[in-house]
Design a protein around this ligand. Structure first.
Ligand code: AMP
Length: 505
């Protein structure tokens, strides 16, 4: 047996001298180096006693070294467990207690602060953004010992990674992803998005999340392409790299930030073949502006930690703004009535459920939660509300938990947000439900206004007649910006917490 996921990379290597990863300082890692360095990490993990199936938890700054460590863990048969760099020591304590890793790798500057959180972990290594630290030293020593690493055999069903969900309600849950969940999705995306060894991807996403680690990295490495690896979103740097690149993958914030740069022109984007957006809804207006400015239609796709990628707009054919396209080959998607589970027809809004080789195995040590989120016929209940239109395009309406029930009526926040966003002077909005003594929940709009934006009464007056009365916001609050997490998702839970008492007298 081979190592199922790593075989995808090995088999994709076009020419081992070819560059796999390049950083802005000009440092290049060839495919031969990638294989040698990940092998050195795999050997170091084995020497440290990490056995197949053991978790390797990692909270470090982005650098190519993290990719070598990730592939090294996979090759050693371990389970890679990346953690958001923003997590506090208390949060890390929860993850380490839950996952019980054999090894924890952290930034040297946080080693002391995390000591207590990691007290029960047998071994701690460090790794900094420049690729230094005891983890890198252990890999150096393993490399000096010589010999190519023999990959630990792992089958399609073996675990390759655990990614904790962002946990905006309740505790974060560890999504268990197998070698084939990741390998099959990467293969599908290579085909669907036409990746080849000639591709050069601008990689400015974090690598602790499914988007940057799996969608971007696995897809490029499986096709033998190259990545220009940036530590973070830097719009000017991205623009300066575009003439050397072919693909950009980003969250919607990437596109709104790039649109603010005068340097974004058809000329700059001429050599690019594909712009992909996901992880949060892309405004139809951003899609239109991008097309007007660059001549390219952004390709929006939809997925989540638990399912990898489930849908995508087509490579050829209409990339319809405000939709996430069609189910990917091999993925079944249906929309059901959340109460009765009856499958709904075109254009009816309900719960989105998916099934396929992309869907995870369940939540780590949470059999009850796992059972509650799968149907008996194997479909995973995503928690996203949406619909499939008559042409088969999937539309996401929002998270089920964001649904507002006001006076007994269901209000889909996106419908209200779309109307508010269309008002002159409105930059963007988030609509939430807040506890209300009469209505149960009251529809409440939080608006970022620019020049010419109407005031509260003006917004309410503009919506009257456009939306049914029960959908119109009872209050409109103005803010300078909406709270977002690193993946660009608006944190409605924070807005709900901040304004929880609005209708209490
Ligand atoms: P995560 O597990 O962090 O990747 O978050 C997944 C969630 O992000 C999904 O369940 C959706 O709610 C949301 N999401 C991802 N892609 C899109 C998209 N293209 N449009 C709207 N929501 C999206």
């Amino acid at each position: 047996m081979t190592n199922h996921l790593f075989s995808l990379v090995r088999d994709g290597v076009p020419d081992s001298a070819k560059t796999a990863i390049e950083t802005p300082d000009g440092r290049r890692t060839s495919y031969a180096d990638l294989i040698a360095r990940s092998g050195a990490y795999a050997a170091a993990l084995q020497a440290a006693g990490v056995a197949p199936g053991d978790r390797v938890a990692v909270q470090v700054e982005k650098s190519p070294e993290v990719i070598f460590l990730y592939l090294g863990a996979v090759r050693a048969g371990a389970v890679f467990l990346p953690l958001n760099t923003a997590y506090t020591p208390a949060e890390i304590g929860y993850f380490l207690g839950d996952a019980e890793p054999a090894l924890f790798v952290c930034d040297p500057s946080r080693r002391d602060a995390l000591g207590e959180a990691a007290a029960n972990v047998g071994r701690i290594w460090t790794l900094d953004a420049a690729g230094g630290g005891s983890a890198a030293e252990a890999a150096d020593q393993a490399a000096d010992a010589g010999g190519a690493f023999a990959d630990v055999p792992r089958g399609p069903e073996d675990l390759a990674a655990i990614l904790y969900t962002s946990g905006t309600t309740g505790r974060s849950k560890g999504a268990m992803l197998t070698h084939d969940n990741l390998a099959s999705n990467a293969r599908t995306l290579v085909d669907y998005w036409r990746f080849t060894a000639d591709d050069v991807l601008i990689h400015a996403l974090p690598v602790f999340h499914t988007h940057g680690l799996f969608v971007a990295t696995n897809t490029v490495l499986a096709s033998g392409g190259a990545m220009l690896f940036l530590p973070r979103l830097d719009p000017r740097l991205i623009l300066s790299l575009m003439p050397r690149a072919s693909v950009l993958m980003g969250v919607p914030t990437f596109y709104t930030r790039l649109l603010k740069e005068p340097g974004l022109t058809p000329e700059t984007a001429r050599g690019m073949r594909l712009f992909v957006s996901g992880s949060a809804p892309l405004l139809a207006e951003t899609h239109r502006e991008w097309q007007a400015r660059t001549g390219h239609a952004i390709l929006e796709r939809y997925g989540m930690t638990e399912t990898n990628m489930s849908t995508s707009n087509p490579y050829d054919g209409d990339r319809v703004a405000g939709t996430v396209g069609f189910p990917l080959p091999g993925v079944s998607l249906r929309v059901v009535d959340p109460e009765t589970a009856a499958v709904l027809g075109p254009d009816s809004v309900g719960m989105i459920e998916v099934k396929g080789p992309n869907v995870f195995q369940g939540y780590w040590r949470m059999p009850g939660k796992t059972a509650a989120e799968f149907r008996a016929d194997g479909f995973f209940i995503t928690g996203d509300l949406g619909k499939v239109d008559a042409r088969g395009y999937v539309h996401i309406v929002g998270r089920g938990k964001d649904l507002i029930i006001s006076g007994g009526f269901n209000v889909y926040p996106k419908e209200v947000e779309t109307e508010i966003d269309a008002l002159p002077g409105v930059v963007e909005s988030a609509v939430i439900g807040l506890a209300h003594p009469d209505f149960g929940e009251a529809v409440t709009a939080v608006v970022v206004g620019g020049a010419g934006c109407p005031d509260e009464a003006g917004v309410q007056a503009a919506l009257e007649g456009r939306l049914a009365r029960f959908k119109c916001p009872k209050r409109v609050l103005f803010v300078d910006e909406l709270p977002r997490n690193t993946m660009g998702k608006v944190q409605k839970n924070l807005l709900r917490e901040t304004h929880a008492g609005l209708y209490r007298d």
